[in-house]
Write a new protein. Structure first.
Length: 271
């Protein structure tokens, strides 16, 4: 694989807080949101997106100020409207002040969502004006390199519904499932080298699908056990444009440390 050519760094990093199914009460959600927002406003070079459970949007949007923090959803229906019990449409999200949506998270794929479902959701979200955070990632890293073809298929299926003109509304999040929540107890985490190699691979596929300048502009984030200790080295040596943060986003001081690490641009050349 070829290293990335010298490019101008994007002006901002992107950090997404994925609260998953937390917290249990609205007062807790408000407190967590306000504390996270306080951390986020300090970081000029970071766009922070807080992806919260659907039930909190109406209340949290009233606490939004400025543009450094945005509201995100963790899922969206591929249907526009109609008889679909329990589903939430992209239009409903937009009308509640949501700007971003996570699509294809591995925890949803584990519930049966496949690449076809993911591409339908990507299409529905983009058409309504949401920015899509598309999650890709392998469940295991086999020694034969089959995991690369899994990522390629995930990217190609989803990008098939994303015309070049809509790329400004696409963010890729590479989340190796084996590294999420520290490998769900196994203590496994991805190294900066693992992540750097994968960001190069992802950009190679995106270049093949679109072209090099377009591929270079698509932000590639990393997610999987990001914390206050590894955020800095992952930012600098993993060559990522930001993070998708699960567990650590529930602790504002830890989340703040991650945002601080993401705010530092040392390697402007990104070779
Ligand atoms: P984690 O989760 O940071 O707790 O590993 C990341 C994610 O699943 O988005």
């Amino acid at each position: 694989m070829k290293a990335r050519m010298k490019t101008t760094a994007r002006p901002r990093r992107i950090v997404v807080a994925n609260w998953k199914m937390n917290p249990n009460t609205l007062p807790e959600a408000k407190k967590l949101f306000l504390e996270s927002k306080k951390e986020a406003v300090r970081q000029k070079k970071v766009q922070t997106i807080i992806a919260v459970p659907f039930v909190y949007f109406a209340a949290l949007r009233t606490l939004m100020t400025g543009s450094r923090t945005k509201l995100g959803a963790q899922n969206v229906s591929w249907w526009k409207d109609g008889t679909h019990t329990g589903e939430i449409s992209a239009a409903m999200l937009i009308n509640l002040g949501v700007s971003h949506v996570i699509v294809g998270h591995s925890e949803r794929r584990a519930l049966g969502e496949n690449n076809e479902h993911v591409s339908r959701k990507v299409s529905a979200a983009l058409k309504e004006g949401l920015v899509v955070i598309l999650c890709v990632g392998e469940v295991v890293r086999d020694t034969g390199g089959y995991y690369l073809s899994i990522i390629e298929t995930q990217l190609r299926t989803a990008c098939a519904v994303v015309p070049k003109a809509m790329l400004k509304s696409l963010i890729i999040a590479y989340e190796p499932v084996w590294a999420i929540s520290e490998g769900a107890g196994d203590g496994q985490t991805a190294t900066p080298d693992d992540i750097h190699e994968m960001t190069i691979f992802i950009r190679k596929i995106l270049t093949n699908i679109y072209n090099r300048p377009s591929a270079e502009r698509i932000p590639v984030l990393y997610g999987g056990s990001v914390n206050e200790e590894n955020a800095s080295v992952l930012t600098q040596n993993g060559m990522v444009d930001g993070f998708l943060v699960g567990g650590a986003s529930l602790q504002p001081h830890v989340f703040g440390a991650i945002l601080t690490a993401a705010n530092v641009f040392k390697n402007e050349s990104r070779t």
